[in-house]
Design a protein around this ligand. Structure first.
Ligand code: UGA
Ligand code: MN
Length: 246
């Protein structure tokens, strides 16, 4: 079955490095993968397009800016990557019939085994995510092979206390739910999306990664080095450096 990987991205100094690394991971995945890269921006960026082209992966590069009402918020968390992922979902509704979709943020670390595992998702599959919150891992709790709850550093009253990287969805299953989408609700994006896949209950989840005993994806985060452009470098007119300007 085809795999659709939805990757939200946005412009910052680390962007090209993150996308280069993720492209190299996806290049090692067996065929029949489509990479949907959606940038939170009002225009596309040639440097991003270059990374995608160089990979020789099958890709679609789209834009989906975060609505201004959220982008201009001065306090509290923002709904990062939500307009991007909804755009990816829309693309799938218009272009796909079968297969599996997975939301792969540009900065996480993925074991190739994950892509084998998720390919056979019938409804919604779940698996552990490592290096997340102080709890260290976010995962379905499995007892005697049966789902019994969620382990996560922050349960927050969520029905589905999972990270974005911790589940995959069957395309056919999604297409049967025309209203399913992700809410602009910081902290509740996963929960809101999974609830919108109703009818679907946590106990119906397909447990992957050897019954959730293995970690095949890590919520790695790239350390920011602060302002990364020595501004006088910009006058050398080198595209890669100019790109670093905010
Ligand atoms: C955590 C969760 O692990 C993510 O799955 C969730 O999407 C995110 O929080 C969230 O706030 O919703 P975290 O590492 O804190 O992840 O977030 P980022 O990696 O900074 O952003 C998530 C994705 O959205 C990335 O692919 C990033 O490129 C993209 N993003 C981020 C945007 O498109 N626009 C932004 O302004 C920020
Ligand atoms: Mn991240």
């Amino acid at each position: 079955p085809p795999l659709y990987i939805i990757t939200p991205t946005y412009r910052r100094p680390e962007q090209i490095a993150e996308l280069t690394r993720l492209s190299h991971t996806l290049m090692l995945v067996p065929p029949n993968l489509t990479w949907l890269v959606i940038e939170d921006a009002y225009q596309t960026n040639d440097l991003v397009e270059e990374v995608l082209k160089k990979s020789s992966l099958k890709y679609h590069y789209m834009i989906a800016p975060m609505p201004a009402q959220y982008k201009n918020k001065t306090k509290g968390p923002k709904p990062r990557g939500v307009s991007n992922r909804n755009k990816g979902i829309e693309w799938i509704r218009e272009n796909a019939k079968t297969g599996v979709l997975y939301f792969a943020d540009d900065d996480n670390t993925y074991d190739l085994e994950l892509f084998n595992d998720i390919r056979y998702t019938k409804r919604v599959s779940m698996f552990p995510v490592g290096l997340i919150t102080k709890a260290g891992v976010s995962s379905p709790i499995v007892k005697n092979g049966v789902f019994t709850g969620f382990y996560d550093g922050w349960i927050g009253g969520r029905k589905f206390a999972v990270d974005m990287a911790g589940f995959a969805v069957s395309v056919e299953f999604l297409l049967k739910r025309p209203k399913a989408k992700m809410p602009f609700k910081p902290g509740f994006e996963e929960d809101g999306f999974l609830k919108s896949l109703s009818p679907f209950e946590p106990r119906n989840v397909e447990l992957l990664a050897s019954n959730c005993t293995k970690i095949l994806v890590w919520h790695t985060q790239t350390k920011k080095n602060g302002p990364s452009l020595p501004l006088d470098m910009a006058k050398h007119n080198n595209t890669n450096l100019v790109m670093l300007k905010k």
